[in-house]
Ligand binder design. Structure first.
Ligand SMILES: *Cc1c(COP(=O)(O)O)cnc(C)c1O
Length: 237
């Protein structure tokens, strides 16, 4: 398992998908999902040119940070929280992460805003959309009142920058099964962008994982979250 080789392969696939879609390759950010992997693996990916990482647990990431500092990586990369975040962990998340891509309630946004304010920081956030309305999944349904509430609150959340949308579609071994969901998220993004809501930017569309990131790029993803194809199979969930 050579992390640098895997990254080169993923970057080639990103470039190929971008070309097929008539999009510039640099319109797509590769976010390496390093959950369950140690700081040394993250450092190897960073050495191979990856600058943005995703983690899904506050505590697990917190335990890696000291080592990432020792390795000289922490201050030279961006760290995105991509998993469900309980509001009682918002303060710690605001300390550790540069961005939260999984904001799924106004309550959580308010907690993050207050925590970032105390730290004198601004956090980039994405709104996570439960695009297929799956009962067990986090994220806000596209037609939910909660989404409107969150968008309306954005101008007063001075320590958050709402930058776009994120989604995880229903899992399928067939990448094409994700395409309609990616299209729906893109349409929602376009619809919200056209409303020109104050305090709400809609330039980021985070969608696509190891099994379907090429389809996501064809459908307009600006950020793809790739774990397994870079670091290998995870032994823990
Ligand atoms: C784990 C995870 C990924 C990466 O999944 P892979 O299939 O390993 O690429 C992407 N997004 C989220 C939200 C995740 O939790």
């Amino acid at each position: 398992m050579d992390i640098a080789e895997n990254i080169a392969r993923v970057r080639q696939r990103i470039a190929d998908a971008a070309r097929r879609a008539g999009r510039p390759e640099d319109a797509i950010t590769l976010l390496a999902v390093s959950k369950t992997f140690p700081a040394e693996a993250i450092a190897a990916a960073h050495a191979a040119g990856v600058e943005v990482f995703g983690e899904n647990r506050v505590q697990e990431f917190g335990e890696k940070v000291a080592r990432l500092r020792e390795l000289g990586v922490y201050d030279h990369a961006r760290w995105h929280m991509i998993g469900h975040l309980q509001s009682n962990k918002a303060a710690r998340a605001a300390e550790l992460f540069t961005a939260v891509d999984s904001v799924d309630s106004l309550h959580l946004a308010e907690k993050l805003n207050a925590a970032a304010g105390k730290l004198g920081r601004t956090l980039d956030v994405l709104i996570e959309i439960n695009i297929a309305g799956e009962a067990q999944k986090s994220g806000i349904a596209a037609e939910a009142a909660e989404l409107e509430a969150l968008l309306e609150a954005a101008p007063r959340l001075a320590h958050l920058r709402v930058r776009g949308l994120m989604t995880v579609p229903p899992w399928s071994a067939d990448a094409e099964a994700s395409r309609p969901y990616f299209r729906q998220l893109r349409a929602l993004r376009d619809h919200l962008a056209a409303r020109r809501l104050p305090g709400v930017a809609m330039e980021v569309l985070s969608m696509g994982m190891s099994n379907d990131f090429e389809v996501a790029i064809e459908e307009g993803a600006t950020s793809v979250r790739v774990g397994t194809a870079i670091f290998g199979r995870r032994v823990k969930p």
